[in-house]
Design a protein around this ligand. Sequence first.
Ligand code: PTJ
Length: 249
Amino acid sequence: MVEIPKSHPRYLSLKTREKIKKAMKKGLVHETGLIAHGRGEAFDYLIGEKTIPFAEEAEKVCAAALLIAKNPVISVNGNVVALAAKECIELAEIVPAKLEVNLFHRTEKRIKLLILELKKHKAKKVYGASADARIINLEHSRGLCDKKGIYSADFVLVPLEDGDRCEALKAMGKFVIAIDLNPLSRTAKYANITIIDNVTRAIPNIIKWVKILKNEDIKNLEYMVKSWNNIKMLKEVSSFISKRLNSLF
Ligand code: PTJ
């Protein structure tokens, strides 16, 4: 393994790549997860590799949504466990919400490995192994879910999503919050709330907002969620990126 000096201008990005690479070698991340990570990196570059104000606001409203939910579920895949296992567990504990592993490239071996990894990080209960239900009209493996998990959830937080599951979850009447660095993705457009931020920054920020909003009046939380306009936010992000690019050179 190459030692990355802390003084390297791309230290954080290179360390994150190492994490994803190691997790792939352990069988947690699927090979194509590396490609998805690269796409995420490119969009992160465009927003300046930091939480932009529109994402901060979305993270705050996401916290409000999780706090008003009756049965919220955080759905994780290989990349999310590789990059933010501890943080997802902490978020699930403080809301409280359920944690479920759902995979696009599903194998029983990967499901077991990922649940084991989350348990190593002190997750108490992880759904996803029984896969005794299916998201309606979703034929691929990420449609498999747990009856007591996503299938019966009212709010679902989906870091690194694919558009068709997001659409199918919404069609089942669920409120979907997505974390996706790509503001152009189908997921970004379909979700009720889209957080255009890196999962490594987004989850700690949602934790921060859950702590701040924990004792807030439920009516205020409901108002925050109801008044969120996702398409307006996506337009603002798109304008932010083009202005930023135009001012760079
Ligand atoms: O673990 P599995 O089997 O469920 O497979 C997961 C992958 C990631 C392979 C699968 O979900 C996939 O192919 O995803 P996509 O369709 O490439 O979408 C991934 C999206 O996540 C892209 O729009 C990326 O921009 C975005 N993304 C990648 N890394 C991050 C990210 N968004 C936030 N934070 C990241 N670190």
